[in-house]
Design a protein around this ligand. Structure first.
Ligand code: ATP
Length: 371
């Protein structure tokens, strides 16, 4: 079953006006969220934005200060973690060091009093899924970090939970192994059709794996959507800056025409932009433009500027130019690897109105500050 089919049933998990306070610190504020059966949903956001607290309330490790969480239509308010039938995987594996791999994986079945005859075959099946059946008699310390994380995954899946929560499960692995495990996790998700709620602060991980991503900011969800929607239609300057790379330019709105506006930049320049959120003439805005949407040459778009090349970074398959506009603001521009441009040279830059989004400036960039 694919994620998109799964989203039709959008209310498998629901958070309704959920809050979590520690004293007068608001770790999670009035959160409303629906998760579909079979969906792969990722919580992405900076440190301290409330991702783990939200996950822990769903797991049952924390109780909401306010609001209701439902699982399959029923409030979980009075259910302790072990009665929620949720599989869990953490960054630090949390395997039992004195037990063999097979016994670790068998553990959830034993505590659930599964019939003895069933346990062996189910453990083997779970270990096959993560390609570890030949290590079943080893102790966790005799395995690599990636293998230990696979054991933790097998243990989370062996009792066939309908929901699996993962908190930075690949955080301890090196980049190569992490990317490999991302693909494996995604395959397992597709094969089993299990609902996964995943916490990470790695945006590329979130974009690669998820059906939808919820961007957390200061204890709430700034935006939730498909990776594509978040990348192409960020709703706030914070989301635009958090997902993918963005150029942020400061300007002031001169006039608004429907969903577009004209923005004044320093040194008498202007650009047209998409007007996002409540902006009107005189509003200070932040413009967001992706480096790959700025034409360094060829096909000039309607907003055109001269800029001076300040630096060039070669990346093999592309290069990045740092280009200074009159007035001093510097843009990063992604261009082809063979474009020959020297430092100090003047270049023509242009972008389409649709690729330039104007957000009201001054929204707190971060700061989960008390109250
Ligand atoms: P990270 O990516 O660093 O794990 P996060 O987005 O998961 O961050 P949380 O762990 O949910 O953030 O924490 C949210 C906020 O709540 C943080 O500022 C944290 O310090 C605070 N917090 C979490 N647990 C407690 C607690 N038991 N007592 C007081 N404050 C807490």
């Amino acid at each position: 079953r694919t994620g998109s089919a799964a989203r039709a049933d959008a209310k498998f998990v629901e958070f309704i006006d959920v809050e979590k306070n520690y004293g007068n610190f608001h770790a999670v504020r009035r959160l409303n969220l629906s998760i579909g059966r079979g969906e792969f949903l990722t919580f992405l956001g900076p440190s301290g934005s409330g991702k783990t607290t939200t996950l822990n309330m769903l797991a049952g490790f924390e109780r909401p200060s306010q609001g209701v969480i439902t699982l399959d239509g029923k409030s979980v308010d009075r259910l302790p973690p072990y009665e929620r039938n949720i599989g869990m995987v953490f960054q630090n594996y949390a395997l039992f060091p004195h037990m063999s791999v097979a016994d670790n994986v068998a553990f959830p079945l034993s505590v659930r009093k599964a019939p003895k005859a069933e346990i062996g075959p189910r453990v083997i099946r779970a270990l096959e899924m993560v390609k570890l059946e030949r290590f079943k008699d080893r102790k966790p310390t005799q395995l690599s970090g990636g293998q230990q994380q696979r054991v933790a995954l097998a243990r989370a899946l062996v009792f066939q939970p309908t929901l699996v929560l993962m908190d930075e499960p690949l955080g301890a692995l090196d980049k190569k192994l992490r990317e490999h495990m991302q693909i494996e996790l995604k395959q397992i998700h597709e094969m089993l059709g299990v609902t996964i709620v995943y916490v990470t602060h790695d945006q590329s991980e979130a974009l690669t794996m998820s059906d939808r991503v919820a961007i957390f900011e200061s204890g709430n969800i700034a935006q939730i959507g498909t990776p594509d929607a978040l990348y192409n239609e960020p709703a706030t300057a914070f989301v635009a800056g958090f997902i993918g790379e963005n150029n942020a330019l400061d300007g002031v709105v001169e006039r608004v025409d429907g969903d577009q506006c004209l923005v004044a930049l320093p040194a008498g320049l202007t650009t047209s932009a998409m007007a996002i959120g409540g902006i009107s003439p005189g509003t200070a805005v932040q413009l967001a433009i992706r480096p790959e949407r700025i034409a360094g040459s060829g096909e000039p778009a309607n907003n055109r500027f001269k800029a001076i090349v300040e630096g060039r970074i070669y990346h093999g398959d592309h290069q990045r130019l740092l280009a200074r506009l009159p007035g001093g603001q510097v843009l990063t521009v992604k261009v082809s690897p063979d474009a020959a441009m020297a430092t100090g040279e003047t270049i023509d830059l242009s972008w389409r109105t649709i690729d330039c989004r104007a957000f009201p400036a001054g929204a707190a960039p971060d700061g989960n500050t008390p109250n």
